[in-house]
Design a binder for this molecule. Structure first.
Ligand SMILES: Nc1nc2c(ncn2[C@@H]2O[C@H](COP(=O)(O)OP(=O)(O)OP(=O)(O)O)[C@@H](O)[C@H]2O)c(=O)[nH]1
Length: 454
């Protein structure tokens, strides 16, 4: 059963209340340039009259000084209008002090926007509108066995423009959560069937993926302390007591959806930062921090399975001359071309990183000494046979092959695995040094005796 309130995002409707005609025109122009539908007013009373009548908006922007009332007075009266309790009301001010910002937020404004030059204000207004559109696009899964309650909920949420999907049973809700992304679950705690609302809550919270933190708003018919505590204990973010109050429901739903959006934004940024932390900006290859993370895992796997593991160090020959003769930019291009060349020669199970400067490290599982030596030669030839960024260059390679004794069931500790990785890299580096000493453009391979340890 689906009750859809809205799907395509309509323009965000903004009430702009500012006594200063010139300033108002600037903000109005910026908002309209972003596609907003703007209703501008110079007086508070004028705006309140329109909003108490037919005018419906998604967000209100108000300047601090109005001819007929203060911004706080306007806010108080806006909150009393139908639907006004959840309306985002943004104060726009030229006063940048932290104390003003805090007192405005404490006073009930949703945000405080600093009045600045248009080019500085524009991105803030764009972000404000984007947040509003995001909220309108929210999808809510309503799990409610009473058709009357479901209809009342859909009606109460309609002004928010969110999409409400209704299912009757908890198990249907679990199926829908598998199929589609939702921003909030509203669940009646008492549901017929094997899985109750509380059971659904526990099922969501015990998931091992991001959905475990999906906001859940619980409906209860009993305003009873023990039941409220139980709902919160099981992980409900908030609850509403039946019969529902439309304004209260909208306010709680908006808050939870905002929280979820923020959480997702933080997660995305965190994932990006984690990627950046292990990525070398010049070549796009992973950096040595990824080796520190993945290397011990490969060591433990090799140890467990008695499979060989090879570490290789590859270093361009006379790279300093490239920089000196052709400039640092050309040197960078060479490193990028080299990274691409190496990428073409690694298998999905191999780890390739830029170890630093013009040195690259590889970890290659399951190659015996002869195959590892042949592979090192192939890499050396791959560098020498074609120019890199237009320059004929060579590389030297040091490789160290570790063949663990088959010890089924034995597992290395994390510290041991790290020590073995270091030992392998030191051994490979030693081989590289020998390759350089022997005239460069060659590979030197050594089979580790015993367990390599740094
Ligand atoms: N363009 C560029 N140069 C770098 C980068 N990182 C390190 N280098 C340069 O790489 C050069 C390494 O020089 P050396 O360690 O003397 O080694 P080499 O000239 O390659 O000599 P051998 O290794 O002995 O054959 C130095 O000039 C560094 O400045 C980088 O990201 N970009």
């Amino acid at each position: 059963m689906v009750e859809t309130a809205a799907s395509a995002a309509p323009p965000v409707r903004v009430a702009l209340i500012d006594a200063n005609a010139a300033a108002r025109a600037v903000v109005q122009g910026l908002l309209q340039a972003e596609g907003a539908d703007v209703h501008a007013f110079g007086h508070g009373e004028e705006a309140l009259l329109a909003l108490a009548g037919d005018l419906r908006v998604d967000v209100v922007l108000v300047s601090r000084h109005l001819p007929d009332m203060g911004a706080l007075e306007l806010l108080r009266r806006l909150r009393q209008l139908p639907g006004g309790a959840v309306l985002p009301v943004v104060l726009i001010t030229g006063d940048a002090t932290e104390s003003l910002r805090l007192s405005a937020l404490e006073g009930g404004f949703t945000e405080v926007l600093l009045r600045a030059a248009p080019e500085q204000l524009a991105p803030h207004l764009r972000a404000l509108l984007r947040r509003q559109v995001d909220l309108q696009r929210a999808r809510i899964l309503l799990v409610e066995d009473s058709p009357t309650m479901a209809a009342a909920t859909a009606e109460a949420l309609a002004p928010l423009g969110m999409e409400v999907e209704h299912v009757l049973r908890a198990h249907e809700a679990l199926e829908r959560l598998e199929q589609q992304a939702f921003d909030l679950v509203i669940v009646d705690v008492v549901l017929p069937g094997v899985l109750t609302g509380l059971g659904l809550l526990s099922a969501i919270r015990s998931r091992r993926d991001d959905l475990a933190e999906l906001p859940v708003l619980a409906y209860t018919g009993y305003d009873e302390r023990a039941r409220r505590v139980e709902m919160l204990r099981r992980g409900a973010n908030d609850y509403v007591t039946k019969p529902i109050d439309a304004d209260e429901l909208r306010a709680r739903v908006s808050n939870l959806v905002r929280y979820w959006r923020l959480l997702q934004q933080v997660r995305r940024q965190h994932a990006l930062m984690m990627r950046q932390a292990v990525t070398d900006a010049l070549t796009g290859l992973h950096n040595r921090y990824l080796l520190d993370d993945l290397g011990p895992r490969l060591v433990r796997r090799a140890w467990r399975g008695g499979e060989p593991l090879t570490a290789m160090m590859l270093d361009l020959d006379h790279f300093k001359d490239v920089n000196d003769r052709h400039g640092h930019d050309r040197g960078d291009q060479v490193l990028q071309a080299l990274a691409q060349r190496l990428r073409e020669h690694v298998r999905p199970e191999d780890v390739l990183v830029r170890y630093g400067g013009e040195e690259f490290a590889l970890l290659l599982p399951s190659l015996g000494p002869q195959v590892a030596a042949a592979h090192a030669e192939r890499l050396r030839q791959a560098v020498a046979q074609r120019p890199l960024a237009g320059l004929a260059l060579t590389a030297s390679i040091g490789a160290c092959v570790w063949q663990p004794a088959p010890t089924p069931g034995a597992a290395a500790s994390a510290e041991e695995a790290t020590a073995v990785l270091r030992g392998l890299l030191v051994c490979a580096d030693r081989c590289l040094y020998r390759a350089k000493g022997a005239g460069r453009d060659r590979s030197v391979v050594e089979v580790a005796q015993g367990v390599p340890r740094a």
